[in-house]
Design a protein around this ligand. Structure first.
Ligand SMILES: [Zn+2]
Length: 324
């Protein structure tokens, strides 16, 4: 899939924060550029996706041309798929995004910090080893599953911090292959507090050998937050279920913590930045609440690429971490 690289084509820059100077210029590479893709410098708006109706989601959160830069195509690096562009910034300061847009989809993005210091310094902590997740299906996979995007984004973000994401069974964009299933939840997993069928799902999850072997179980489900599917707002992307199998509100979670547990990912909804899996993993390692800074993983932001202080250490000591 097309993505950003450094100007020399050597380093992938997906989800990075690029620092530019006001009135200055820099080069960026695009691997696999096509006529169908649009390269834009856009506004970096913080939108609360939960306040949008599902039908409005994609067009509204697609970055709008910020008109702060001139983009010039330079050359293709010989013997590679990388096309190089020059980004000439106007005399502006602020935070923007570089986006590779494909219709109303975003194929890749990087945050662009121009002339301004970030409000909070980036956390560059590094961990080691593997974070192990195991995917099971509680619904037949839809034609377009959020899983490949979610796992790519989780891998990229975790790799920036030294971890490898290990997904079992291995994923394929097209393939069917080995897909472990949980039966009995085809009509839906209802993620309402104290109601719904999550406790029944938890019983099945805990019986899985992978759960016993300290992998983090990811249940791909036809999920919702309302008992009545017709009244469901349709905005649930993912849900963390703590060890006890019951759902807590976030204040409660802060006092009990999430020591073990599993994740539900809704196959019917896709967070536009694909960060749902790694966001839910953040809940599992003990970051219960949500924060307002829309660049952070634990926010409801539409372009999340930053971890919080302490988060990498929590991943390092997670029950689903292994050294090899
Ligand atoms: Zn959350």
């Amino acid at each position: 899939m097309s993505h950003f690289t450094s100007g020399d084509g050597k380093k992938r820059l997906s989800l990075d924060t690029i620092h530019a100077t006001s009135g200055g210029s820099f080069t960026i590479g695009v691997w696999g550029m096509t006529d169908a893709l649009k390269l834009v410098v856009s506004e970096d708006k913080a939108l609360d996706v939960n306040k949008l109706k599902p039908g409005d989601l994609r067009p509204q959160v697609l970055g709008v041309d910020a008109k702060v830069a001139t983009i010039t195509k330079l050359n293709k690096i010989p013997n590679t798929e990388v096309t190089v562009y020059k980004i000439q910034m106007n005399k502006v300061t602020g935070v923007y995004r570089l986006e590779l847009q494909f219709g109303v989809d975003v194929w890749d993005w990087a945050r662009l910090q121009c002339g301004a210091k970030p409000a909070v310094a980036e956390d560059t902590s590094k961990g080691t080893g593997y974070l192990n997740v195991h995917v099971v299906w509680a619904t037949p996979p839809p034609p377009v599953s959020p899983l490949p995007h979610c796992s790519t984004v989780a891998s990229l973000l975790l790799e920036k911090h030294g971890f490898k994401l290990r997904v079992t069974p291995s994923l394929s964009w097209y393939g069917v292959g080995d897909k472990p299933t949980i039966q009995g939840f085809e009509s839906g997993v209802v993620c309402t507090k104290d109601i719904g069928n999550v406790p029944a799902l938890s019983t099945k999850v805990k019986a899985l050998p992978a759960y016993q072997s300290n992998k983090l179980i990811v249940v791909m489900a036809n999920a919702r937050t309302h008992t009545d599917p017709d009244k469901d707002p349709g905005n649930l992307a993912g849900q963390t279920v703590p060890e006890g199998g019951e759902l807590h509100d976030m204040d409660e979670c802060k006092t009990i913590g999430v020591k073990k547990g599993y994740i539900i990912i809704n196959v019917n909804n896709r967070a536009i930045d694909g960060a749902t899996l790694v966001h839910e993993m953040g809940h599992v390692v003990g970051f219960c609440g949500h924060i307002g800074d829309h660049t952070k993983l634990m926010s409801y932001g539409v372009r999340r690429n930053q971890v919080q202080k302490g988060q990498i250490a929590q991943f390092q000591s997670a029950f689903f971490h292994s050294d090899v």
